[in-house]
Design a protein around this ligand. Structure first.
Ligand code: ATP
Ligand code: MG
Length: 623
């Protein structure tokens, strides 16, 4: 059957943009079916407005060549003589059909059924287009591909494709240009793409045209990835920590001065990034929860994959990290400056004891009002430690209040109100507290590290309360400093692996858990303006703080076996459910990547294989 080629009149060579796998892919758009909207519930997954079906003439190679995730282009109603315009569709499902087997009825005589099945199996090996065909389901990605005088552009929005028109598959060159073109403009030319992190800032390869020798690399804009935050979601063993170390490594190697702070509650990143910790050109620090006497203790405190457990070379690498004086321990303050909320808490206790004395209550309420307005006016946060200036003002306000309301000078309220200056002594004690040892890091030293040259800080503290306390303190302190100085550079990335520990749902949490969740949410909400980014990696997205999740603009989704988690991802990040289902088939290290900003094309999900970070370690260890 020979057909007139509708597109030739545009005067461009179709092979420049599309592939038909050497004449094997001949497809037509068969139907555009509006999707039924399910009853709106808060958790209803997102789905595309149309399901577009294409029919492909059978070829025995097709099922090997065409993959889910590939993009189809079908000429649409906005196409004109001088401007070719195509609706882009992403393949969500592909399956072969056999005419004889379809007609097979369960009710027919059994030997006859087997006879037909028997005869059919060899058909697949033929190229018989009369008995077999390949069906494709696809959904619009809401972009038009516009080709004018050999110039391509993408126009956002959905245009109805012409039913019965040819469906073309975008070729590797166009895919490469679409996803990487914009990003590579800002990256020095790469001669040859490589899985080696030092040679190439790519994150991995696009899972498309995988039979080809050369894979298509995938690049992201690190600046946008960090500033607009990213999330990594996959079941246990899905490769989250592996991907995260791969991404962090490339950020550190291929940006000038970006800083990374890892909250490493499972104590694995000293191992996962050991090549960086031994790199003299990247100033770094590992903070442990207690002092280690020698390399053996350091080695024992770090979680390693089983294959590397008995590897002498790992011990040598750890020795090198220690010799570079990069291992320290975090010294919790013996005296901690009280926070604003602690001050408020003390007043609340006094108030409860004074309920019989309205004038005492009045005095205390005045003081409370002062604290609240001080926190608000100065853009502070109630879990921050108080400042000296605050104590000076509080002292005056409190003394005035007890006089004004005639609080008895033998009362607890009076004693509290007139002794606020004592807190200043705690400031002095804290300042004396700076231990001279180089391996001891206090809150202040930590801030100095972050504001100094150190680019990589790994906080390996497994005690949940201690590390959360530090999250609350650090996110608040860094945000406040940046605000005060109107500083946005260098970018700082805060990394939360096992994020379920740090951003629980408010409803199901209390105490420090809740405060920590609020602190991370605040970092994500406000950080963007100040060059502070966040990364959230977790195995379950249910029961997390949704406000925090909604701040993420780039997502890597691996296998999430629970339907509830997938619904939540689909709903929170607007990823079509039929595309998400594909993630169920993923092996560790395979991801669905979608980004509003950090990839070359906005919000078009793509399947990628991340470069295996373990190979990087093997390469390093065998040097
Ligand atoms: N890009 C990859 N290529 C090949 N194999 C990978 C890749 N990423 C991960 N893996 C394999 O998957 C295993 C688990 O990876 P990883 O520890 O990163 O998973 P995880 O999601 O962090 O698990 P957990 O939830 O237990 O923290 C690794 O040991 C590795 O063998
Ligand atoms: Mg992990």
């Amino acid at each position: 059957m020979s057909e007139p080629d509708n597109n030739n009149k545009f005067g461009f060579d179709i092979q420049d943009y599309f592939t038909d796998f050497g004449g094997k892919f001949k497809a037509r758009l068969a139907a555009v079916i509006p999707t039924q909207f399910r009853a709106e519930s808060a958790l209803a997954p997102t789905s595309a407005k149309y399901n577009c079906k294409a029919k492909v003439e059978y070829d025995k190679e097709l099922m090997r060549l065409v993959e889910e995730g590939m993009l189809l282009a079908v000429r649409n109603f906005k196409s004109r003589d001088d401007v070719a315009r195509f609706t882009l569709l992403e393949i969500t499902r592909i399956w072969p059909e056999h005419f004889g087997l379809r007609g097979l009825s369960d009710g027919s005589y059994y030997p006859l059924q087997f006879e037909i099945i028997d005869q059919s199996v060899s058909d697949w090996e033929s190229d018989d287009k009369a008995t077999m065909l390949v069906q494709i389901n696809s959904i619009p990605i809401n972009y038009d591909l516009v080709i004018k005088n050999d110039e391509i552009s993408y126009v956002k929005g959905f245009t109805y494709p012409i039913i019965a028109e040819k469906a073309h598959i975008l070729n590797r060159d166009l895919i490469n240009r679409m996803y990487n073109g914009k990003i590579l403009e800002n990256i020095p030319a790469i001669v040859e793409t490589s899985a080696e992190a030092r040679k190439d800032p790519r994150l991995g390869t696009i899972k498309m045209f995988e039979l080809d020798e050369a894979k298509i690399p995938i690049y992201v804009s690190f600046e946008d990835l960090i500033r607009y935050h990213f999330g990594i979601f996959a079941f246990t063993g899905g490769g989250k920590s592996n991907l995260l170390s791969n991404v962090l490594r490339r950020i550190l190697l291929h940006t000038k001065d970006t800083k990374v702070i890892i909250f490493d509650i499972s104590c694995e990143y000293s191992f996962l990034l050991m090549d960086l910790f031994t790199d003299p050109d990247i100033p770094s620090k590992i903070l442990l929860e207690s002092r280690v006497a020698d390399v053996g203790q350091f080695y024992a405190s770090v979680v390693k994959p089983r294959e590397f457990e008995k590897d002498q070379r790992v011990l040598d690498a750890f020795r090198k990290i220690m010799n570079l004086e990069r291992v320290a321990f975090y010294s919790k303050r013996r005296v901690r400056i009280p926070t604003y909320s602690q001050c408020l808490g003390e007043i609340e206790v006094l108030r409860k004891d004074s309920l019989g004395k309205p004038h005492y209550v009045n005095a205390l309420d005045d003081i409370t009002a002062f604290i609240l307005s001080y926190v608000e006016e100065n853009n502070l946060y109630d879990t921050m430690p108080v400042s000296r200036e605050f104590i000076d003002e509080l002292d005056q306000i409190a003394q005035r209040a007890v006089q004004q309301y005639n609080v008895h000078d033998k009362s607890g309220v009076y004693a509290w109100a007139t002794t606020r200056q004592n807190i200043l002594r705690q400031f002095e004690e804290c300042e004396d507290d700076d231990s001279p040892q180089t391996d001891c890091v206090t809150d202040d030293v930590l801030i100095q590290l972050i504001e100094g040259d150190t680019r990589l800080i790994c906080i390996s503290i497994s005690d949940a309360a201690d590390i959360k306390d530090l999250v609350i303190y650090l996110t608040g302190a860094i945000l406040q400093r940046r605000k005060r100085r109107f500083k946005v550079k260098p970018e700082i990335l805060f990394v939360f692996d096992e994020a379920q520990e740090f951003i629980p749902d408010f409803a199901g949490s209390s105490g420090i858990d809740k405060v920590c969740s609020r602190a991370v949410e605040r970092l994500l909400r406000q950080g963007r303006k100040y060059g502070l980014g966040g990364c959230i990696a977790t195995q379950r997205i249910a029961h997390l703080n949704t406000n925090a999740l909604q701040q993420l603009h780039t997502y890597f989704v691996g296998t999430l076996p629970r339907p509830y988690d997938r619904s939540l991802i689909s709903n929170t990040f607007m990823i079509d459910r039929s595309i998400l289902e594909k993630t169920l088939e993923f092996a560790p290290g395979e991801w669905l990547l979608s980004s509003y900003i950090a990839t070359g094309i906005e919000n078009v999900p793509i399947f990628v294989s991340a470069d295996n970070s373990e190979n990087e370690l093997v390469r390093y260890l065998s040097q």
